[in-house]
Design a protein around this ligand. Sequence first.
Ligand code: ADP
Ligand code: MG
Length: 414
Amino acid sequence: MKVLLIGSGGREHALAFGLLADSAVTQLHCAPGNPGMGEIATLHALDVMDNEATVNLANALEVDLVVIGPEAPLVNGVADKLRAAGFTTFGPSKAAAQLEGSKNFAKEVMNDAGVPTAKSFLCQNQIEIEKALDFFGAPFVVKDDGLAGGKGVVVTKDRDEALAHALACKRVVIEEFLDGPEISLFGISDGKNIIGMQPAQDFKRAYDGDSGANTGGMGAYSPLSWAPSEIVEQVQREVLAPMIAEMAARGTPFVGLLYAGIALTNHGLRIIEFNARFGDPETQVLIPRLRTPLATLLYKAATRDLAGVTLDWRDESAVAVVLAAPGYPGQPLLGGEVTNLPKIHCAEIFQAGTTKSGSGIVASGGRVLSITGIGSDLTEARNCAYRGISQIKLEGSFYRTDIALNASVAEKGN
Ligand SMILES: Nc1ncnc2c1ncn2[C@@H]1O[C@H](COP(=O)(O)OP(=O)(O)O)[C@@H](O)[C@H]1O
Ligand SMILES: [Mg+2]
């Protein structure tokens, strides 16, 4: 099978690693990819927002499967164009990707599907905004309705800050504050069937102890030894299956990866949001743990053939730690040389914001790379990831030192 993978981040590098581990894959092409992906696959220059260029590339390569990594091209309708041109495509249509593209659309579908989520109001002017803020009270949760690259949501006790953010959005969703630990649970869907993956947890704040600004994610781990053992079955039954059924009933079946961001509250689970693609950095811990051949799995999803498929997981734990450029997530300082990437048998490095420079690489994005440690438990996996990341040199760079720390301590106590 010839596969074309679209995207260039840490998530795509991990997907490339997983796709290549499937013996069905004879060629892996990535566009535009990154230098790390270039070591294992053939790279092609591409503007991922140019749908025609993507179709042309798939045509030129005569690929059997196209996998779309990032949300922006999906919301831009690239999967529709690829399917219209006859390509087997893993990734939702433009209409189905609205589950990520519009927070309010996702709320409407959840409502119709009976999926539990925070109560919310869609507001279009200051009067509606203030009414909604005062209805819920602090802490305020204010969400830009559209794609905002991780910068659309403000959670604050400060009413003025909440109001200012709401006024800066074109359409804004204001919702009830959800208390409780957050988990990410992904489902792979063929439009009719959906298979829940194991849950993961990511770390959104920049610094240790969940301090600092929100980021795209500073680390992740899986499995979640502290989560209820029936969580996958419950999410499957109460969230994933009803969402897929509702999307199909609307005539816009969701074919691809449905990412459920979930708060485990005292009143039960509540959906925080859906994404329409693999999450980053959760993918960097899930893919190394997944034993089921990935390309074959995604091909089955893309060809509506998932009935009866189950997933096979390694018993090992995985912990991913992100190395960030100085200044991230504000205005990161780019261009620094990244050296000393270690080769460790228990760890995999997934590049993200890197570009080639001479014979080496330099930082070209805020999240430069991540390293996933694998071990018999979270403690071993952490030790491995941290042993690896501590060797990497990039001036002024930083990483969190407490990824999966609490979970690994709790696991030891069991
Ligand atoms: N209703 C809510 N209650 C509490 N925290 C929330 C709520 N909605 C979102 N958050 C926090 O804000 C983060 C970002 O919100 P999310 O809806 O996932 O938007 P995005 O990922 O598009 O930025 C979440 O991971 C969560 O920590
Ligand atoms: Mg989110």
